[in-house]
Design a protein around this ligand. Sequence first.
Ligand code: FAD
Length: 631
Amino acid sequence: MTDLERHSYDVVVIGAGGAGLRAAIEAREHGLRTAIICKSLFGKAHTVMAEGGIAASMGNVNSNDSWQVHFRDTLRGGKFLNNPRMAELHAREAPQRVWELETYGALFDRTADGRISQRNFGGHEYPRLAHVGDRTGLELIRTLQQKIVSLQQEDERETGDAEARLKVFAELTVTDLLLEGEAVSGAFGYWRESGRFVLFETPTVILATGGIGKSFKVTSNSWEYTGDGHALALRAGATLINMEFVQFHPTGMVWPPSVKGILVTESVRGDGGVLRNSEGKRFMFDYVPDVFRGQYADTEEEADRWYKDPDNNLRPPELLPRDEVARAINNEVKEGRGTPHGGVFLDVSTRLPAEEIIRRLPSMHHQFKELADVDITAEPMEVGPTCHYVMGGVEVDADTAATRVPGLFAAGEVAGGMHGSNRLGGNSLSDLLVFGRRAGAGAAAYLESLGDKRPAVSEGDLDAAATVALAPFGNDGGENPYTLHQELQQSMNDLVGIIRREGEMREALERLAELRRRASVVGVEGHRQFNPGWHLALDLRNMLAVSECVARAALERTESRGGHTREDHPSMDPAWRGVNLVCSQRVDGGIDLVHQPVPAIRRDLLELFDRKELAKYLTEEELAVLDAPAP
Ligand code: FAD
């Protein structure tokens, strides 16, 4: 191919959010030539939007906290379906990653005695989220970028070229991974501005592409989140797990339209905000499930006392894990106690003085005042569930972030397993840092094992990738990508959304098959220079593949757990706790789905829990491990 820009790197990181940047820093620290690619501007990733904070058991505000308590909370949140090794590594290493960020220059909010302050969040037993007001993600990205610049300055001093070992390619979309045999040999993409094709020859790719929210109609996700990394992995022969588990954040704005879907951070509830229905009732007390009884307050008085005295009172039920709160809101609205625009009220205005709200939640206050003329210090917000996060993702080895494809690694939201069936707030930012670092180190170890034998890119595969990318220009009068996208979003929202039913999911799969057929003849007009219709046409194939995984897995799992609620199977079933649903893609593009056991929880980790609590989740056979003589 002649009109092709070619680069050669040791490591190519796709994604410049927290996971991608931390992975790239690690790869560069191992001395490797590393490229960071991102679809949008450098610095504009979901990570930057994260508000609440980073969960890490530093114990600065309550010294009872420890990695063991964090591990327990994470498994409870994920309803025990988490990959236990990932949850363990995450809980153990998160504090180191936060302190490390400080050494990179992060300026966290402080406690009165000068330590990093930590705030309460849903599902976390102790105040655990290190934060910078409600702009934590911004500080995280700023700091990681600053670290990258400092490494580039080091390289400039050493080699005279700041980009000798670490270079950013912004506004470049990767559309395919290239393989020699089964191993990664490169990545293929296009510059969004010029449409020009680019080849990265590389034996290792780290996927850090974030989530899939744009497949749903109401979402807190922005335009980049079309499941590209999930789909790239599938096409390269890797597997996706847990795709049925999609998190609907309970509090997205439902009104006014200018802010529909935009997130209201959980910190609003962590700092005292309460949920009320149209009758003015604080309804969450009616929705504490049996597995959480005894951990949450029964009365408003006790719940309110908890904010001042958490050691001697139980926490408010507004701080239950997200899946519970989202289902409760959904039910209130369904039973006719919703707001005029189909949500419930979230009120912090009557709970804290205006100046305190502005101090603690500056972005929330500013953003809603500017975008929607809603003053959160003076009136309640109207909120409801919004598609926010995907727990499912690329199946990886916990320690190295390696996928089944040699040379392919994944970290951050695109990877699966860590959060089980439901992620706790704050556990994503820590996940990005812990597993971003591990992915960088994993790639370095893999490269070392390769020695000088690097897989080669075949010209045939390169031509094939270019042909697929150009196909929409050849379909004159073909299907409109915007229409297809709208229909996809509507179908996923209506038929595979927060409450799922067998018949509807079957209908969704039929619609997806039809959309896939129509997408094969999607057509675009114009030329390759900045052409959003073309970009969307290419993203569609990813969204369709990923949506099919979500729908297939959701239909297969006949129980309700975490971010997967079946109206026809409303309870959690211990027999399903040990099952991961694993998707792979056939050569004809179809999705296969198999059952695979969830890795067993080590005995010493099981012993962190009360046996009575374990009995709510585990089968008798699983519990029997605890009866065997200690090794
Ligand atoms: P992202 O930060 O999503 O970055 C993905 C990167 O991949 C981007 O650079 C994108 O351009 C790039 N990319 C994607 N596809 C391609 C492609 N084909 N080619 C090239 N580049 C590509 N979590 C918390 O723990 N605490 C919080 O307080 C919190 N608040 C949140 C608030 C909001 C509004 C949202 C949306 C999320 C929040 N989350 C929070 C979740 C968390 O922010 C995300 O899960 C996390 O930032 C994902 O990070 P990542 O590094 O995996 O990917």
